[in-house]
Design a protein around this ligand. Structure first.
Ligand code: ADQ
Length: 466
């Protein structure tokens, strides 16, 4: 038996915030995975003997509960079949496309739903077991939308918060899902349901009224049994201190200068950094850049596009197709406009250390963030934070959650409007230093004063008061 006790603050997320690392001698240990969420919650975890409930990322992996300096970790096992049905299936091939404007068609399969429900029950049971009397439980994201209701039925004493990291669609799209009422009721098990944007919270309120017995009374949804649920936007952010420290590190700055030389010291480096996901608008960006080269508006001496694509969900079919399409497009552009040793698009299909990522951000004149739909987009906020030199321009899709906060300093685009995107890229390349600095100042003021610590504090303060 483990010696893990109960906790007064419990986080429930699909993944545990640690990765298993195998040493050269074959022994294994756990290392905290990079990510703002775990860093922001670590102080809360320490203060309240926190526990984190999640999956290790490997099939059938069920280590006994264990502790790090910050928190207890409770592993929820998933079989290979459950990973295929609950995670790759219902989470990433039903919910993900549905919640991102059906950019690819969502698939509805009853066996995926059954697995989703069963896995959500397992996460809820693990949380119910580790939570103290009257504990605060903070459930994360679209993989676990049924957990709040299941957990409440097991443990009515708990204070339950839920945060959705991705968009929440309007009724026109959400109504497609055969299990729409169950999902809404799952979320309504929480006291506080947090979203990235005001519009998402409004969509949820409207849907809850449409498909459940809830009624909106003065900002709160009131349920049949009289219980109140608050839906509100809490735009998530980044670890500003970490990015600032890296951006000011002389080694990182030297690396940024080297990157500029390595891509041939063009006048303008355009940069895209995304998980290779069809929501991120990578093809639209490539199309616009390719056309600018094609019509001679820019030459490969003027501008190169550096596109970092992080491998993602490689077992889901839509992601395999997307990879083929993007790589075909990159190959075409380089075939048409590149020369020996001078590709027009530098395409990198890889994950990077934080320092290298920040060096790329420091090297880029124009950061091109063109998702077709995105909950927030942290890369946009990381770019702004890395530009302590007040240089560089952010081109940002109006369909990213970040557009609500960064609209004043960024150049906003509709990525579907290729001509508009081309015009904005040109404008961003030609902007004078004074205007760029003015815009960057506006952007930085906002992001620096709204970091992820503030996000966590805001959410937990409202939850405790709920
Ligand atoms: P994601 O869709 O993963 O997140 P994003 O917000 O851009 O998208 O976060 C990606 C993170 O991964 C950033 O911190 C970025 O620096 C990092 N990253 C990207 N490419 C990398 C690479 N090649 N190597 C190493 N790190 C890389 C989901 C939602 C978003 C929402 C976040 C947080 O889809 O809309 O902003 O959650 O809520």
């Amino acid at each position: 038996m483990s010696e893990i006790g109960t906790s007064s603050f419990v986080v429930v997320a699909n993944r545990l915030p640690v990765d298993r690392v195998i040493s050269p001698d074959g022994s294994a240990h756990w290392r905290r995975s990079p990510g703002g969420l775990v860093t922001a919650l670590a102080p809360v975890m320490r203060a309240y003997d926190g526990a984190w409930v999640g999956w290790t990322g490997s099939p059938d992996d069920a280590p006994e509960p264990f502790s790090t300096s910050d928190m207890d970790l409770i592993a929820v096992p998933l079989s290979a079949e459950e990973i295929a049905l609950y995670y790759e299936g219902f989470s990433n091939a039903t919910l993900w496309p549905l919640y991102h404007d059906v950019i690819v068609p969502p698939e509805y399969h009853r066996e995926w739903w059954d697995a989703y429900r069963q896995v959500n029950e397992r996460f809820a049971a693990a949380a119910a077991e580790v939570a103290d009397q009257n504990a605060v439980v903070f459930v994360q994201d679209y993989q676990l939308q049924l957990v709040p209701q299941i957990l409440r039925s097991m443990r009515p004493d708990l204070k339950i918060g839920f945060f959705l990291h991705i968009p929440f669609p309007p009724s026109e799209l959400f109504a497609q899902v055969p299990w729409r009422r169950q999902i809404l009721e799952g979320l309504l098990g929480a006291d506080l349901v947090g979203f990235q944007r005001d519009g998402a919270a409004a969509n949820f309120e409207a849907l809850a009224e449409q498909f459940t017995g809830a009624t909106l009374v003065d900002d709160h949804l009131v349920l049949d049994d009289g219980r109140k649920v608050l839906a509100r936007a809490f735009p998530i952010s980044i670890e500003v201190d970490e990015v600032t420290r890296l951006a000011e590190d002389p080694e990182v700055q030297a690396r940024a200068a080297t990157i500029r030389e390595e891509v041939g010291s063009p006048k303008h480096i355009l940069l895209g950094v995304d998980r290779l996901d069809y929501t991120k608008g990578i093809s639209h960006r490539l199309k616009a850049f390719g056309e600018l080269l094609g019509d001679g508006t820019v030459t490969p001496e003027d501008a190169v596009l550096l596109q970092v694509a992080t491998p993602s969900r490689e077992r889901v079919e839509a992601y395999q197709t997307l990879r083929d399409e993007v790589e075909l497009q990159v190959g075409r552009i380089n075939g048409d406009y590149g020369r020996i040793g001078k590709p027009a698009v530098h395409y990198l299909y890889s994950s990077y250390e934080r320092a290298e990522l920040v060096a790329l951000l420091r090297a880029a004149d124009v950061m091109v963030v063109t998702p077709l739909r995105d909950g927030m987009n942290l890369v946009a906020k990381e770019y702004v934070t890395a530009r302590t030199d007040l240089r560089g321009t952010l081109v940002l899709s109006e369909f990213a959650g970040a557009a609500d906060e960064l609209g004043d300093g960024a150049m906003l685009v509709n990525p579907h409007d290729i001509d508009g995107l081309k015009r904005t890229l040109i404008k961003a390349m030609r902007v004078d230093d004074a205007e760029a600095a003015h815009r960057m100042k506006l952007l930085r003021e906002h992001v620096i004063s709204h970091d992820i610590d503030r996000w966590a504090q805001d959410f937990l303060t409202v939850l405790r008061a709920a």
